[in-house]
Design a binder for this molecule. Structure first.
Ligand code: GLN
Length: 490
């Protein structure tokens, strides 16, 4: 039997249905691959016994011609989604020994559809970061090696998900995106990352970072695979008050649809000083690809783009500081005893949280404090409204936007770790979609001169994932990106 880990999710699902191989076969092939990929550090908690049990149950269903949309497919889950009976750490010491008694709505949907869960994937601590280096359980290494040989970060915060998909350790994975954490790691690893419209996926049972920005979505090998996964993850959930009570359209069929006559906007503010010429050239190439596929290109302006990153780095820490107040050592998670109650709080939080998380909590409490609320938080909220307005104006001229996903390819491990501002600058092209709640996808488009993947991003109107998937499929077809990292870790 050929190597089952090489298959796309789409091909694997049809192979399972046609009984060319069993779920147990393909699950075992992935377990072997994971066991041989310790050097990548992508999985924090494997759940192989559970996976094999689920695979057997799927095989029984498949034998009867039954089963859901993901029946028997071995997948990975970012360790931010609570999984019943399987440790969920958010890659933080404070949740290091936390095993939920309940299942997040997103993973519950996927389980109901027949997912086989191989294990929990690493992330930046509490999803705060762009490189996966803030994880309390060690950095994840990008499967892609540059020509210079220096190990690269896989991006973050969903670096484990992206690395695992790129290295063929799972057929696809869940991820979350607060400011770019699905799309940036996808761009850094040659995978597809899709963040749907805010409210499409339930946030219930997903460890909260910044609730008004957090959105779940898939990292996958192809655009169609990402649609298959999102189709299962999304849906109304009464347990999340911001979950949208609307039907989930057939996104899988949208993939591959024509872009003839589609108007693609090119926002002039996304041209940055100091952006590598290769990224600019790829963007121009993307414009050509879409044009050749029949789309019409229009120049648009999003004048408040330059305020997006500062606004994001006020709003996200503000919400994080409030969300993370629950980790006080009293109810669950780690606890470090002190001399009195306050001392116990302080010790627990000082030792339980890593440096970046503590930095965010301090920024967040500062911008929300009585004297500074108006100067920072309120201003940032106003900027957010302007950014949403910019997009609304753009939609009068176009149906979707094309931009680079990131201003650079994957950087070396350790390179930006001590310079938070440099790290934050990596999110420059991705945060706007979160601030405005819009669907957005990253598609692998080429390799740079160092041999590292680069991605292009499509941003669409709220709830118009259809157009985003269509444009992304057109880019995918034109780019024909099928490079794979050399398996140096095996
Ligand atoms: N890199 C961004 C941050 O550190 C985005 C993280 C995310 O989307 N979860 O906040």
């Amino acid at each position: 039997m050929s190597d089952l880990t090489q298959l796309s999710l789409e091909a694997a699902l049809s192979g399972l249905k046609a009984k060319e191989f069993s779920s147990e076969d393909i699950t075992k092939a992935h377990i072997d691959a994971i066991e041989g990929a310790g050097a990548l550090n992508a999985f924090v908690t494997p759940s192989f016994d559970l996976a094999l049990e689920q695979a057997k149950a799927s095989d029984a269903k498949l034998a009867k011609g039954e089963g859901g949309a993901l029946e028997g497919a071995p997948l990975g889950v970012k360790d931010l989604f609570c999984t019943q009976g399987v440790k969920t750490t958010a890659c933080s010491k404070i949740l290091g020994e936390f095993t939920p008694t309940y299942e997040s709505s997103v993973t519950a949907n996927m389980k109901a559809d027949g997912m086989v869960m191989l294990g929990k994937l690493a992330l930046d601590e509490f999803a705060m970061g762009s490189s996966n280096e803030t994880s309390a359980f060690g950095a994840v290494i990008n499967p892609w090696k540059a020509a210079d040989g220096a190990a690269r970060v896989p991006g973050g915060s969903s670096g484990g998900s992206a690395a695992a998909v790129a290295a063929d350790l799972c057929l696809g994975a869940t991820a979350t995106d607060t400011g770019g954490s699905i799309r940036q790691p996808a761009a850094f690893t040659g995978t597809v990352g899709m963040k749907p419209t805010y409210g499409r996926c339930s946030r219930w049972g997903t460890v909260a970072f910044a609730s008004s920005l957090d959105q779940a979505g898939p990292i996958a090998k192809t655009v169609k695979d990402s649609a298959i996964l999102l189709q299962s993850m999304a849906g109304h959930d009464p347990k999340d008050s911001t979950s949208l009570n609307i039907d989930v359209p057939d996104w899988v069929s949208a993939c591959g649809g024509s872009v003839k006559g589609m108007k693609i906007g090119i926002p002039k503010e996304y041209t940055m000083d100091g952006m590598p010429a290769e990224i600019e050239a790829l963007w121009q190439q993307g414009i050509k690809w879409l044009q050749e596929a029949g789309a019409q290109i229009v120049n648009v302006s999003l004048p408040h783009t330059k305020y997006a990153l500062p606004a994001y780095y006020i709003v996200a820490p503000a919400e994080a500081s409030s969300n993370l107040a629950r980790y006080d050592g009293m109810r669950y998670g780690a606890r470090v005893e002190g001399d009195n109650l306050n001392d116990t709080y302080e010790r627990t939080r000082a030792q339980g949280f890593g440096e970046e998380v503590r930095r965010r909590i301090m920024i967040g409490t500062y911008v929300l404090s009585a004297g500074y609320y108006d100067a920072y938080y309120l201003q940032a909220q106003k900027v957010r409204t302007r950014i949403a307005q910019d997009f609304k104006t753009a939609w009068e001229q176009c149906d979707a936007l094309l931009t680079p996903t990131t201003p650079n390819a994957a950087f070396p491990v350790g390179h930006k770790f001590d310079d938070p501002v440099q790290m934050y600058l990596n999110d420059i092209f991705t945060v706007t979609a979160n601030l405005a709640g819009l669907p957005s996808i990253s598609v692998p488009a080429s390799l740079d001169s160092n041999g590292l993947p680069l991605g292009l991003q499509i941003i669409g109107r709220a709830l118009d994932e259809d157009t985003v998937f269509k444009a992304a499929s057109a880019l995918e077809d034109a780019a024909g990106f099928n490079a794979k990292p050399n398996k140096w870790w095996v």
